[in-house]
Each structure stands twice: as structure tokens, then as C-alpha cells.
Design a protein around this ligand. Structure first.
Ligand code: SAH
Length: 346
């Protein structure tokens, strides 16, 4: 299969234009049109000779098509993007005055099956290629008409099950698209051995681990795959990550009323995280129709956060945006895809 152009670096694009009997400097032009101007076809690249452009009009670039886009009242936009093989992934653009954050998917669906997450309920189809992740960022950048400042790998999928493509996409977003390493966040629920493997890449990214429970038995209840990854081992690997990369690590903790939000659970969590260079993001649960959990009352949420503060554990409460467009954390699902369709509630 021909490699889509969006998967190539400046050097590789320069080599490619030369195989097309074009001068080397066209590689730099092509790089700029692909990664900065967001060209969707070689026909768009008006600085190229017309005859060459027309000859290669159908050459695969690797861009998806926007199948659907919905804007929430808070200006968050959720996209359904159609890939070359017809499959759909979800991407979210989250604007603030200073930032434009893209929440990207790393897989079509997800095999982890966490009990509170809509993506897992829809099953798993395949890994995304690196260029399919980069494309999501370029699509949002173009649609908003402003530069993307941050990317979070918190859409559909478990990034560490697709480590090679995820690492490649991080390098491309940094080097080709020009987004600072620290503004790229990878979030994982934990996959044995992969945290250490990621650490070896020494990327200057932000790394987040979805912990969600202070003890192994509750964690297994919420995250079935945690059975293969004892919490003590997970935390040991997180310490290794911090030591190797010399970067602070973020823990994410979803708050589910009456399940993991009790004061004694906050104390227990604090014991685990003592001495850790970390920041905890407390994420109040976003309701999904397939699960019976409830979001805790604001008072409970504040109490949990205060207890962590008393233990000197830095933390903040993160309400996710886009709730009204089903674009918030955990609400991405593959319902529009025939293979996994379940009827919409009336
Ligand atoms: N697989 C990765 C990344 C995708 S989920 C991971 O699990 O970290 C990104 C974040 O959204 C995770 O912390 C996840 O636990 C959280 N999340 C999932 N479902 C949610 C829901 N219904 N409400 C709030 N957060 C949710």
C-alpha cells in the first residue's frame, strides 16, 4: 500500500518529490502545505506546477472527511471523522480564549471495557495509524481557523495498546505540526510493561494515569483489565516513569457517588501518592446511558479534594466540557457505526 504523505517527515517528503522528478525544495513546500496549511489534496498546493498537481490529484494524503460535527453551547465541537476504510472516529475541539485543545482518539473503539466509559461499551475495531491521529489535529485546526495549542489523547481508545503509532504521532505533532511537547498529554488506564516502554522514549510530554480507585479490588470492579496489573505494580511503574523522564506525572481519578468518593478513600489514595511528584485531576463522572453511576454532590467533591490537599497532594477538580454534545470525557462512542449500533434512546 502507498504510504499516505501525511506520515512522512520533511526529509522523507524531500526524497519523495525527487522520485517525482521535482527539485528538492518542493519537499519543504509540500511539508508546509500538509502540516501548516492543511492541504487535503495535491491539487490544493497552488505553488506546484499544474501538470504535476493534476497528475497526482488522487495521490493518498491521509486526510479524513468530516462526516458530522456538532457544537455544544460551550463552543466545544465534536467531530465524527471518516477514515479511508470507512470507519469513524470521534475527535473533540475544546476552545478557550488562550487555548485550543484537541481530544484525539488513538483507536477505533476500545478493548479495555471500563465500566463507566461509553467507548468501551461499543467494542473495539482497530488501532489508528499515526497519520490518522495527526489528521484529527489538523482537521480541528482548520475548522476553528486557529492554531491548536494542546492535544490530549483522551478520546476513544487506550493509547498504550497502540504505542508505536502513538509515539510516532507525538513526534509528528511536535516536529511537523509544531506543538510543544509539554502541551501533548497521553492518558492511560495502564497496560503492563508499556509505561516503562514509554518512559524509555524520553518524550517531554505530559503523562496521565487513570487510577480511579485507592485499592485493587475496587479498581478491578471499575476497570476489568486491572486484574492483570496490581495497583502496587502500576504505581511502581509510575515511579519508574518519573525517575526516567524526570517529568511529573498526573493521576486522573473519576469521582463516582458512593463508589470511590468517600473521605476514607481520599485518605487511602493520599497514602499511595505520598512522596510522589504528582498532580491529581479529579473528574466528576459524566453520565452515560449504559451505566448506573452518579456524579457526587459538589460538597462531596470538594471534601475529597480538601482531604488530598491536607495530605499535601496537589489536585484540581476538572469538569469536562462538551457535556451537552455528548463530547465530554467518557461519552465518545461508536453508536453511528453499523457494526456496533445500538438504538438511540427516544
Ligand atoms: N484509555 C485512556 C484514555 C481515554 S479516557 C484512559 O483510560 O486514560 C480519558 C479519561 O476520561 C480517563 O481518565 C477516563 O477514565 C475518563 N472517563 C471515562 N469515562 C468517563 C465518564 N463517564 N465520566 C468522566 N470521565 C470519564
Amino acid at each position: 500500500m502507498t504510504q499516505p504523505l501525511l506520515s512522512l517527515s520533511l526529509e522523507e517528503l524531500t526524497a519523495w518529490v525527487q522520485t517525482q522528478d521535482q527539485p528538492a525544495y518542493r519537499g519543504k513546500q509540500l511539508h508546509q502545505w500538509l502540516y501548516q496549511k492543511g492541504a487535503r489534496s495535491l491539487l490544493d498546493i497552488t505553488v506546484f506546477p499544474k501538470a504535476w498537481r493534476e497528475k497526482l490529484a488522487d495521490y493518498p494524503i491521509g486526510r479524513s472527511a468530516i462526516a458530522h460535527c456538532r457544537t455544544a453551547p460551550d463552543e466545544t465541537r465534536k467531530y465524527l471523522l471518516q477514515l479511508a476504510d470507512g470507519l469513524i472516529v470521534e475527535t473533540v475541539g475544546i476552545p478557550t480564549e488562550k487555548r485550543l485543545t484537541v481530544c484525539v482518539s488513538s483507536q477505533v473503539g476500545c478493548p479495555m471495557d471500563c465500566d463507566f466509559c461509553a467507548t468501551g461499551k461499543g467494542g473495539y475495531t482497530r488501532n489508528l495509524a499515526a497519520h490518522e491521529i495527526v489528521d484529527q489535529v489538523l482537521t480541528v485546526q482548520q475548522d476553528f481557523g486557529r492554531r491548536v495549542s494542546h492535544v490530549v489523547y483522551m478520546g476513544m481508545g487506550e493509547p498504550l495498546l497502540n504505542l508505536k503509532a502513538v509515539v510516532r504521532s507525538l513526534q509528528q505533532l511536535n516536529q511537523d505540526v509544531g506543538i510543544g511537547g509539554r502541551s501533548l498529554t497521553v492518558s492511560t488506564v495502564g497496560v503492563p510493561r508499556r509505561i516503562k516502554e514509554l518512559a524509555e522514549h524520553q518524550l517531554q510530554i505530559t503523562f496521565a494515569v487513570s487510577l480511579h480507585a485507592p485499592d485493587q479490588s475496587l479498581r478491578e470492579q471499575l476497570i476489568p483489565t486491572a486484574k492483570n496489573y496490581p495497583i502496587a505494580k502500576l504505581l511502581e511503574d509510575c515511579r519508574y516513569y518519573v525517575k526516567t523522564t524526570k517529568r511529573r506525572l498526573t493521576f486522573e481519578y473519576i469521582l463516582l457517588a458512593g463508589v470511590n468518593d468517600r473521605p476514607e478513600q481520599a485518605h487511602e489514595l493520599a497514602q499511595h501518592l505520598k512522596g510522589f511528584q504528582t498532580h491529581v485531576n479529579l473528574i466528576p463522572y459524566n453520565p452515560i446511558s449504559e451505566a448506573n453511576y452518579k456524579r457526587p454532590q459538589a460538597k462531596q467533591i470538594k471534601q475529597f479534594s480538601d482531604i488530598l490537599h491536607k495530605h499535601h497532594i496537589e489536585n484540581s477538580i476538572r469538569y469536562s466540557r462538551g457535556l451537552e454534545a455528548n463530547a465530554a470525557c467518557g461519552q465518545l462512542r461508536t453508536q453511528h457505526q453499523p457494526a456496533t449500533t445500538s438504538p438511540e434512546p427516544a
